[in-house]
Write a protein that binds this ligand. Structure first.
Ligand code: BES
Ligand code: MN
Ligand code: ZN
Length: 496
């Protein structure tokens, strides 16, 4: 998709759709006034009639604009200018882009608002670019008739006299982020028959080769040699052998700290012998979203050449119920020696990433983040759009929360009190793999804490936001690609 930054007055821009932001209340910008003049005060009349309120993400179409060079105008509300933020501009831009991406061969131009409140111009351009890339891709991979189309041409428009060179760099960053998010979305949206541990690993190798990441794939024999016995137990019920992918980006000095990103990659979660009912199983192709998020973020980190050392891990298994499947009452010995009594084979994610976390902690990680569609309990606690954060180290957790805020993604910390550990006690092993009915998102996190060797670690439970049940104005249903941006932001920030 052709994407360029131009500096021009909106009335001179040629496109099929010209997208212009409108503030809620207050004065209009010079640009908007100039556009209103060119349109013979049509916008003022719409405002007076109460049709143009500027409320966040509210759309108004002006279908015929003979006095402009663009064929049509799409007005999008920005909300109150002083409250504009990464998340709010993202929502407005995504809503506008999605409104016009359902037809092929569309030329779009998005004007970056003049009044940006607390947002920087570069950040606003970056977000516009990401929206153009993400908002023009759907979950229509297997449809004969596509429902979304990349734009034939896209322009990001700045007021006359703006610094186009700086903004072009921001737009390039936004495109890289958008393509990373779309890669994550594509992998999550693909069927479990398309994406299984081996095919995920092969795709990771291909993507790594394209962007200069080193990529190592551990097969089931290498995993056994490294004592990944907890992870391998989960894989036993499936004909698809387990894999672990290790992606490495060495952009920092040799003595600078190494960040490790660990993703849950259960390519399909049937629940195992503790089998899920149909409704719960239907969307379980999404259970590798953590791994796909790590892969997406690593490609962006490499393409952006961030001056940091980051290792990305994906623990890949399919949770099935074959004759060899692991059973209730089994006692597993994890890679770090902790023994685990299996009380529920559907609590499999923690039995996969525990071994990967312990491997990462033993292989140079100074700080860790894991991402997992881990518990329905987290969705009950925080709803479908917010991820849970859990940590053994408050400064590191604060850095991750700050990264999520800067990236405009919603993350909320939950407690890790010692008392929750009691719920994991077993009569026959060091612990059980489930903690009972209450506080399920937290007991899952307390379980994982046993495998990080005391290193600063944050667990992100993305079971809610990773996969959306329906379309909304500002985002497509299906895989969302959430937290790719946060991982890139954390790797870019000075705090590590
Ligand atoms: N993959 C699921 C969690 C999940 C639920 C992800 C909904 C996305 C949407 C996980 O493996 C699981 O099954 N967790 C169980 C844990 C329970 C058995 C302790 C759950 O949440 O029910
Ligand atoms: Mn499960
Ligand atoms: Zn699962």
């Amino acid at each position: 998709m052709e994407l360029r930054v131009v500096s021009a007055s909106a009335r001179e821009v040629e496109a099929d759709w010209l997208v212009v932001g409108v503030p809620e209340g207050g004065e209009w910008s010079n640009e908007l006034i100039a556009l209103d003049d060119a349109l013979l005060e049509q916008l003022s009349r719409l405002r007076e009639a109460g049709d143009l309120t500027g409320k966040l993400a509210e759309l108004l179409i002006v279908p015929d604009t003979p006095t402009l060079k663009s064929r049509r105008l799409l007005l999008v509300g920005l909300g109150v200018p002083s409250e504009l933020s990464v998340a709010r501009w993202d929502k407005a831009a995504m809503t506008a882009v999605r409104q016009v991406s359902s037809k092929a061969d569309v030329r779009i131009a998005v004007c970056v608002p003049e009044q940006l409140g607390p947002l920087t111009r570069d950040r606003a351009v970056e977000i516009a670019a990401t929206s153009l890339i993400v908002g023009s891709h759907g979950q229509d991979l297997y449809k004969a008739e596509r429902s979304r189309f990349p734009f034939a041409a896209a322009q990001i428009v700045l007021p006359p006299g703006s610094d186009v060179a700086a903004a072009s760099a921001a737009s390039d960053r936004g495109r890289i982020l958008g393509e990373a998010i779309n890669l994550t979305r594509e992998l999550v949206n693909r069927t479990p028959d398309d994406i299984y541990p081996e095919s995920f690993a092969a795709r990771a190798q291909a993507e790594a080769a394209k962007c200069g990441l080193t990529c190592q794939v551990f097969d089931e024999k290498q995993l056994a040699a490294e004592h990944f016995d907890s992870l391998l137990a989960v894989a036993k019920g499936s004909d698809r052998p387990a894999r672990m992918v290790v992606l490495e980006h060495r952009g920092g000095a040799a003595n600078s700290p190494t960040l490790a990103y660990v993703g849950k990659g259960v390519t399909f979660d049937s629940g195992g012998l503790s089998i899920k009912p149909t409704d719960g199983m239907l969307t379980m192709k999404c259970d590798m979203a953590g791994a796909a998020t790590v892969l997406g973020a690593m490609t962006a980190i490499a393409r952006l050449k961030l001056p940091v050392n980051v290792i990305g891990y994906a623990g890949l298994v399919e949770n099935m119920l074959g004759a060899q499947a692991y059973k209730l009452g089994d006692v597993l010995t994890a890679r770090n020696g902790v023994t685990i009594e299996v009380h529920n084979t559907d609590a499999e994610g923690r039995l996969v990433i525990n071994d990967v976390l312990s491997y990462a902690a033993d292989h140079g990680a100074d700080r860790l983040i894991d991402l997992a569609t881990l518990t329905g309990a987290c969705v009950v606690a925080l709803g479908e759009d917010v991820a849970g954060a859990f940590s053994n180290n408050q400064p590191w957790c604060d850095a991750v929360l700050a990264g999520a805020k800067a990236a405009g993604e919603d993350l909320w910390q939950l407690p890790m009190f010692d008392a929750y550990n009691e719920l994991l006690k077993s009569d026959v092993a060091d612990c059980k793999n489930v903690g009972g009915r209450w506080g399920g998102a937290i007991t899952a996190a307390k379980f994982l804490e046993k495998f990080v060797a005391g290193k600063p670690w944050v667990h992100l439970d993305i079971a809610g936001p990773a996969f959306a049940s329906a379309n909304k104005g500002h985002r497509e249903g299906g895989a969302t690609g959430c937290f790719v941006r946060t991982l890139v932001e954390v790797a870019s920030s000075a705090t590590i």
